[in-house]
Ligand binder design. Structure first.
Ligand code: PMP
Length: 401
């Protein structure tokens, strides 16, 4: 029965992790998987998360009963407020449906299923160069058209705004368009507020359906409100759209698998039917979501002082990433590594899209035990004040050999 299945393609970041752990070199560095590390290269449980976990665990009135299919209400509401702002008109007018999901991946999958099953949409545009699961999820959901819009200009090592706008202009009405709210994963390049205005105006004019992937809120500027700019612009411009939020990175809750899907409608009278349809979709997939992460995040977001502590800790993460950018850049400039490395400084979020070629990446791994995706994307959070010299010299050698 199970013979001849063959192997599915390797999932690169998990394969990198496996190879990294199997590598016995004391100098090894894992710049692959997108997870925050402290300056000792260790995973960081945010102190505010520890605090909230203690409150949750010591609360004897809580139990392990099933949550409602759409999840914990105090989490969903707070998550949506985080994305859209506490003064959001769409929230005040009851025009948002919020659903707790299984990580950002679950949010995207639910968005894909809902738009396909209930609105019969079949075409999605993803940015050329993106997180590989964008196409994977929409293909697995049965979209027959998973196409790309231009995003990255290798010549300028920056955003191809003209290409992006032209591709959106040419899209047919009701095409689903996945956009990264901030910290674009893979190119680490985001539109400016002015460019977002142009993008939103085309999305609106062409009646496209934006799905805003919101995985790194806070990790670009350190300010969770500033990073949410495009979400608030879409909402205030009257666009109907979806937000697929993840709490993996900015709360460091990776494996608690916590996400939120917010669907913004023009008409609050549609919310109950939308909820009912989403509930049936979820019932068939994961039935209802887990408690722990949602309780922790709800505890933090709904308490003024814990919320402030969390925001301060997001700043710590964002600042450490910026420091590592600065240190890597300085070293490459001092080493006179060929090429212009300014993008190491100017790119945003957790990653640097280095522009290194696949053979250069291979060289880093085989000679220096440095692991990164073959596209040359590095996770800046895995860089520390202790390994930055080693990594810089290795990059220099890979580029000059
Ligand atoms: N979207 C993007 C752009 C991501 O980088 C990731 C995580 N790497 C996700 C979604 C999924 O996040 P989660 O781990 O919460 O499912």
């Amino acid at each position: 029965l199970f013979q001849g299945l063959g192997f599915a393609p390797v999932i690169e970041v998990f394969d990198l992790n496996r190879r990294f752990y199997a590598d016995e070199s004391p100098e090894k560095v894992n710049l692959g998987l997108g997870a925050y590390r402290n300056d000792d290269g260790e995973p960081w449980v945010l102190p505010v998360v520890h605090k909230a976990e203690e409150l949750v665990v010591s609360n004897r009135t809580l139990n392990h009963e099933y949550l409602p299919i759409c999840g914990l209400p105090e989490f969903r509401q707070a998550a949506t407020r985080l994305a859209l702002g506490s003064e959001s008109v769409v929230i005040k007018e009851n025009r948002v449906l919020s659903i707790q999901t299984i990580g950002g991946t679950g949010s995207l999958r639910l968005a894909a299923e809902f738009l396909k099953q209930k609105l019969h949409l079949d075409t999605v545009l993803i940015s050329s160069l993106t997180w590989d699961n964008h196409s994977g999820i929409f293909k697995a959901t049965g979209y027959s058209q998973v196409n790309e819009y231009r995003y990255w200009n290798p010549g300028t090592k920056g955003l191809d705004l003209d290409g992006l706008l032209a591709d959106l202009q040419n899209a047919t009405e009701k095409t689903v368009v996945i956009l990264h709210t901030c910290a674009h994963n893979t190119t680490a390049t985001d539109p400016s507020p002015q460019q977002w205005k142009q993008i939103v105006s085309v999305l609106k004019e062409r009646k496209l359906i934006p799905v805003m992937d919101c995985t790194y809120q806070g990790l670009v500027s350190g300010d969770v409100d500033e990073d949410a700019y495009p979400l608030r612009l879409l909402a205030s411009d009257g666009v109907e759209f979806l937000i697929a939020q993840s709490f993996s990175k900015n709360f460091g809750l990776y494996n608690e698998r916590l996400g939120n899907l917010a669907i913004i409608t023009k008409d609050s009278s549609t919310i109950d039917e939308m909820r009912s349809q989403c509930e049936m979709i979820i019932r068939r997939i994961w039935s209802n979501p887990p408690h722990h992460g949602a309780r922790v995040v709800a505890t933090i977001l709904n308490d003024k002082s814990l919320y402030q502590e969390w925001k301060d800790q997001v700043i710590i993460m964002a600042d450490r990433i910026k420091l590592m950018r600065k240190m890597l850049h300085e070293r490459l400039v001092n080493l006179k590594t060929p090429g212009d490395w300014n993008h190491v400084l100017t790119q945003t979020g957790m990653f640097v899209y280095t522009g290194m070629t696949s053979p250069q990446v291979k060289y880093l791994t085989s000679k220096f035990h440095i692991y990164l995706t073959k596209m040359g994307r590095i996770n800046m959070c895995a860089m520390t004040t202790k390994n930055v010299d080693y990594v810089s010299k290795a990059i220099h050698e890979a580029v000059t050999t």
